[in-house]
Design a protein around this ligand. Structure first.
Ligand SMILES: *Cc1c(COP(=O)(O)O)cnc(C)c1O
Length: 388
């Protein structure tokens, strides 16, 4: 096929995306991440970020980054296994392991890369993966990359998972789940998943992108929230670009698993070590997370305020107990229309559509942060009540 034919095809497909209400666009901000955003001439209250504790623009992180840049420079220069593993990276790994209660932790550049590294390092052809149907896209891609045989169980359905595990002949099994589901905000049934993993001798890989820093005592994450032990079969992934307010991710687990990932996770081995500046900022961030009860309490109060404020309206909220509060609309165009109407009132809420969520479940994904004020949340409630 000639390039011009192929380009014509792409133009057709792009038109179809637009026609179906699925076209995505970026908006450029002239302000740092925070509850107020300036976009062009507009001042907006933003309910888009995953900066749950309001740390992305915190003075302590900024200062740590500046001091870190002066001491360590900006780039790491090589992959961790060559010469890109600097003292701040090591210090951060030790701190993350201690904070999560695991023997060791390995720093990764992003959560997406972490997931793509973990799953293929643990299972391959002939092995079996059992994945929640609503898992994040990065986990879905990780399964593909592993070439293992994969089965998806209905969302959070322990009985269905048990049947699949019981029927499996595979020698190596791996259960794969988001801890907090990124588009619904609900929690995976981690105690039941761990019990099944124990009973059927499976790995349990947990993606705690939205729980780390927010849930559990001192924000130690979803395992701590449920009071679960740091079992050797658990491989725990947390991201550092959401509640931690910076960028990056880590995997924590037993000494053996972390050493194995260091030797075998391709997305760890074949990529440049993240900036030492980021590690310095993250060391400061972990201190704020650990001592961040007031931020977490504020986040909880704002979440209750939003839920109560919309309880008696036609807007269909989900049972989410977290700062991710989706408002389900269903139709793509209708979702866009409501998001646009809110935007016109100075309220920025993302419209989430397929393929990020299943067809027919398009939604507004409201995410709250400790940096929001009560009056900002009240403004969103009032606007949504008027639109209902
Ligand atoms: C955001 C997210 C990721 C990806 O993490 P990044 O550090 O942004 O690459 C992975 N899993 C889940 C559930 C997420 O929400």
């Amino acid at each position: 096929m000639s390039t011009s034919t192929r380009l014509a095809e792409l133009r057709d497909e792009l038109s179809a995306i637009e026609r179906d209400g699925l076209k995505r666009r970026r908006r450029m901000l002239d302000t740092p991440c925070g509850p107020l955003a300036r976009v062009g001439e507009r001042e907006l209250i933003s309910f888009c970020s995953n900066d749950y504790l309001g740390l992305a623009n915190d003075p302590a992180l900024i200062e740590a980054a500046c001091v870190g840049a002066r001491q360590w420079g900006v780039g790491s220069g090589a992959s961790h296994l060559v010469s890109g593993h600097l003292a701040p990276h090591e210090a951060l790994e030790l701190k993350l392991a201690k904070f999560t209660g695991f023997a060791h932790a390995l720093l990764m550049t992003t959560g997406y890369m972490a997931n793509l590294g973990i799953v293929p390092a643990l299972v391959g052809r002939g092995d079996a993966i059992f994945a929640d149907k609503l898992n994040h896209a990065s986990l879905i891609d990780a399964v593909q990359l592993s070439r293992a045989n994969s089965q998806r169980y209905p969302h959070a359905d322990l009985a269905a998972l048990e049947r699949l595990l019981a029927a499996s002949q595979a020698k190596r099994k791996l259960i794969l789940t988001d801890a907090v589901f990124s588009m619904d905000g609900d929690l995976a049934p981690l105690p039941g998943l761990l019990e099944l993993a124990e009973r059927f001798d499976a790995w349990l890989v947990i993606d705690d992108a939205h729980g780390f820093g927010v849930l559990g005592p001192q924000g130690r994450g979803s395992l701590a929230h449920f009071g679960l032990p740091n079992a050797e079969r658990i491989v725990y992934m947390g991201t550092l670009g959401k509640a931690a307010g910076a960028s990056g991710a880590f995997v924590a687990g037993s000494e053996t698993v972390i050493e194995w990932l260091l030797q075998r996770a391709r997305t760890y081995i074949f990529t440049t070590g993240s900036s030492p500046v980021m590690a310095c900022a993250l060391l400061a961030s972990l201190d704020l997370i650990e001592h961040g009860d007031a931020r977490r309490e504020r986040l909880r109060q704002l979440t209750v305020q939003l839920k109560n404020g919309l309880a008696d309206t036609r807007w269909q909220l989900m049972t989410s107990p977290t700062a991710i509060q989706p408002v389900i609309i269903g139709d793509n165009h209708e979702t866009l229309r409501i998001a646009t109407a809110l935007y016109a009132k100075g309220l920025w809420v993302p419209a989430i559509r397929p393929p990020t969520v299943p067809k027919g479940t398009s939604r507004l994904r409201v995410s709250l942060t400790a940096a929001h004020s009560e009056s900002q949340v009240a403004a969103l409630i009032e606007a949504l009540r008027k639109l209902a």
